[in-house]
Ligand binder design. Sequence first.
Ligand code: ZN
Length: 308
Amino acid sequence: VQRPEMKDFYEWDKSEWPKMVGKELPHRLKQNLGPGRRLGIMLTFDTQGDIDGGVRHYQGGTTRWNDDHINYYDMTQRMYDIRAGVPRILRLLDRYGIKSTFPTTGTTAEWYPDTVAAIAAAGHEVAVHGYRHVLLPLLNDEQEREEIVRARDALKHVLGSTPVGWRSPMYSTTNRTVKLLTELGFSYMSDFHNDDKPYILENGGKKLVHIPAGLDDWEMNIMKVPGGISMGGQPYASPSHVADILIGMFEVLYSESVDEPQVIQFTMHPKVSGRPDRTYGVEMFIRHVQGRPGVFFTTMKDLAAMCL
Ligand SMILES: [Zn+2]
């Protein structure tokens, strides 16, 4: 019997990380934040609408019952983004005077330009979240570059200015992504889960800020049933449970921020957190933290600029 070599049992080595991200440099928030500012909070809202459901075999095929039939239960959950989720989130942010970041796909800008324009008109940042929310590892080198450029151009067309931030669809970063974003002149990305702190990635003398991807409302609110329909799942927690998790994270980082500036980035989706019950949880969190000395809400773009 031919046995594989021992080394063939392993698929990851820690040397992969620096090869992929380049040189890592610490953030400079301490120098740049200014007196009295301790903890920056970024509430971000990945906005896709039903365009993600249009990707073939999306999430193992949850958006189709079979080859002949679209799953309108799942698809309409996705459509909620545009029809109700974004407007409710915009009203919430407006009530509390908070500016946020909405990572949005290029196709969303093409299908729903009014929604994207309304987000920008309310003073929020729109970042790039792929062209069609396709998993980047499914693409070849050329296609990944095309996906990023097309997405940015489609958003630029609606916004009238070039978006500078990136989050990969489903955090599906490839070994190419960091270098491509750097080369294409992006200021920041927000894909990784390995730190509470932002850091700077340097490649070919150019810098790209990384903002922690943080907790995600998808995992916190949508039950994962193996082989089941994720979008149709039940929330595993009540709004106050979700708010409790966020408040716990806040309290630990807030006390640590006495010595060193801290950030919180919470990834949400209007189709998830824009449902009335879940918006209530986000609002509980905002009420808990707003007004605490040194706490400020910001966009990822502004935070990235403070990191350099
Ligand atoms: Zn997404």
